[in-house]
Design a protein around this ligand. Structure first.
Ligand SMILES: Nc1ncnc2c1ncn2[C@@H]1O[C@H](COP(=O)(O)OP(=O)(O)OP(=O)(O)O)[C@@H](O)[C@H]1O
Ligand SMILES: [Mg+2]
Length: 606
């Protein structure tokens, strides 16, 4: 009984702090709410300034419609909003609708809001200190609104303790702002932290650009020029829904899914359904551990989507998820195949299982050469293998004949991985062993060898570097450039020497010698992604494995390079001498072996 004192209504400041606990998790969430308010107010220019990652100071200035003194007084009250004119929660066309962001932020900080509506001859300013509200006072300010938040969370010390380093917090702010900026190319965005510009995006030049071109311009500024150059436009309508945006070609893939941006009715959302649909659409084009880059904008009839499901409004619920999923998958697949680009498919273990049928083929293999005509039509034979088999049956070309001759001198019995007999599709080395046939994925194998060599060099004397004749500039955006330059010393130990190069770019001067000629653009982008996934606080040394893996992944022996017989045999010998050479850094096998017994079973000889 003693625990239950008097039942009472909580004071409003406490109510607001409780709400703040959900809505304002960190500086980035406060900035997100304030920038959304500015967008809802029709701003064309939004400037955000941070000190100490937003902990001691945040200001958000816009040139939107502004507020009168009376409106100011109301705006900071809980449950006061101008955005639900018809009291209709099923018809939300603004980013805000709850009327709780301002009072929540003001209850946990020292808060000042200054505003001037169009046509008014003065501005008004109102202060709130940890929830204690003052009176509006005349102030000087042009049309629009300025919100200043000082000492965020001073009133809730527990929350204050959870803030990360300023650099991490300003990174989150930049991320939240970029997402909003992607959906609003017509608005200029600027973010300054400790006097440095982290974001500086000009508004798309009005009528000069079509909406599509303006959007692509903005996406290029945020996701990189490379995305804009390698993306296909999406535009489909279905049952009142419209999906627009851009989808990166499968060849433009990344090691994480962090470059997938999804918007519903102009609102950036993180949605499992949408992310799953994107994965589904690309799954035939991409290896499992690679992710596409996309920016998709879904416009849904307001009554078909519930935006009131998450305190930070970053999730939505669809009345009919099936339509949305089907629409995304369909639109992406159509656009990708129309683009005519196919990525190589990885032969999965399951497919190999099908190649070694202990129970016999469901469809009998047709006889002789006719096999080549419709190979892909036979569902029990994986397409890649069927094509490889076709090559086996085709007359030997010059190269294969040479292989035959030159390797005849080496006895397969001496080597576990045998003697190279042919290279197929400029990707696979086929070797004959004592007991059967080995098929090596040359790129995966080389990647593994390089990985091991990098690790050994690193443990011994540091990785040998090779200077580039022409230093290469890589545009990777502010965040990526910052992450890489912060790690420049450690990266140099690993053989990669780079420096900052203007806003959002780095210049690479030396690369690890063991990589040979390397796709520097791809390497640097992947590294930047990897570093951001790891978080800033981890020491790079602790993550050497992964970084070596990423470096190794960009070795010069890509699938698709023709190898000489000597090179093939050298690769096989190195593999035999290298630990863990049976699988590449991503856990895929580097080679498979078919024993003669398996082959005989395949042909019904056993
Ligand atoms: N930058 C601004 N310019 C003009 N009016 C604003 C601005 N910021 C807030 N307002 C006014 O103050 C009101 C309250 O803002 P607040 O963010 O607290 O709630 P909301 O945006 O209506 O809903 P939500 O809590 O979902 O954000 C808004 O409805 C709007 O009328
Ligand atoms: Mg709001």
């Amino acid at each position: 009984m003693s625990a239950l004192r008097t039942l009472r209504r909580l004071p409003s400041t406490l109510v607001n702090r409780i709400a703040a606990g959900e809505v304002v998790e960190r500086p980035a969430s406060a900035v997100k709410e304030l920038v959304e308010n500015a967008l809802d107010a029709g701003a064309r220019r939004i400037a955000v300034t941070l000190k100490e990652g937003g902990r001691t100071f945040i200001s958000v200035v816009d040139d939107g419609v502004g507020m009168s003194a009376d409106e100011l007084r109301l705006a900071v009250e809980r449950h006061c909003t101008s955005k639900l004119p018809d009291d209709d929660l099923t018809d939300i066309r603004t980013l805000g609708f709850r009327g709780e962001a301002l009072p929540s932020i003001a209850s946990v900080s020292r808060f000042t809001i200054t505003s001037r509506p169009a046509g008014a001859d003065t501005a008004w300013s109102l202060e709130i200190d940890g929830g204690a509200k003052g009176e509006p006072r005349p102030a000087a300010h042009p049309q629009g609104t300025r919100v200043e938040v000082r000492e965020l969370f001073f009133a809730t010390p527990a929350r204050l303790k959870f803030l990360k380093e300023p650099r991490t917090e300003s990174g989150h702010v930049a991320d939240a702002m970029r997402r909003l900026a992607m959906a609003h190319p017509e608005v200029a965005f600027r973010l300054e932290s400790e006097e440095r510009a982290l974001i500086d995006l000009a508004a798309a030049s009005g009528s000069l650009l079509s909406a599509d071109a303006a959007r692509l311009e903005r996406l290029a500024a945020i996701m990189g020029r490379e995305f804009a150059d390698n993306a296909v436009a999406i535009d489909v309508n279905r049952e009142g829904f419209r999906l627009t945006g851009f989808a990166g070609l499968p060849t433009l893939n990344r090691p994480t899914g962090q470059h997938q941006y999804l918007f519903v009715n102009g609102r950036p959302v993180r949605d499992k359904l949408l992310a799953g649909a994107v994965r589904g659409a690309y799954q035939d084009f991409l290896a499992r551990d690679r992710h596409p880059m996309v920016a998709l904008f879904l416009e849904a009839p307001t009554e078909m989507v519930d935006v009131n499901v998450h305190p930070a409004k970053t999730e939505v619920r669809f009345r009919d998820a099936g339509i949305v999923r089907g629409m995304i998958v369909g639109a992406l697949r159509t656009a990708l195949s129309a683009a005519g680009h196919r990525a190589s498919t990885t032969v999965s273990d399951a497919a190999l299982g099908a190649f070694r049928p202990h129970t016999g083929f469901a469809t009998p293999l047709p006889m002789g050469r006719s096999y080549g005509n419709g190979a892909s039509g036979y569902s029990s034979v994986p397409r890649g293998l069927a094509e490889a088999a076709m090559q086996f049956m085709a007359p030997l070309d010059g190269l294969s004949a040479r292989v035959e001759q030159q390797s005849a001198n080496i006895a397969p019995g001496n080597y576990p991985l045998g003697v190279a007999r042919a290279q197929l599709h400029e990707t696979y080395i086929v070797a004959q062993t004592d007991q059967g046939v080995v098929i090596v994925d040359q790129h995966a194998a080389h990647e593994r060898l390089v990985h091991e060599r990098l690790k050994t060099q690193l443990e011994a004397e540091g990785v040998k570097r090779q200077a580039l004749l022409l230093p290469e500039v890589v545009e990777i955006g502010e965040d990526g450039a910052r992450r890489l330059t912060q790690r420049a010393a450690e990266l140099a130990d690993m053989g990669l020497v780079l420096e900052p190069f203007g806003l959002g770019a780095v210049v690479v001067r030396e690369t690890p010698a063991v990589l040979g000629e390397v796709d520097i653009q791809g390497l640097v982008r992947d590294l930047a992604d990897e570093l951001s996934e790891m978080g800033d606080h981890l020491s790079l040394k602790e993550k050497v494995e992964e970084v070596c893996g990423t470096l190794a992944c960009h070795t010069s022996v890509r699938a698709g390079r023709r190898l000489t017989v000597e090179e093939m045999n050298a690769l096989l010998r190195q593999m035999e001498a290298t630990p863990h050479s049976g699988q590449c850094n991503h856990g895929r096998p580097t080679y498979v072996e078919l024993k003669l017994a398996d082959i005989e079973r395949l042909f019904g000889r056993r």
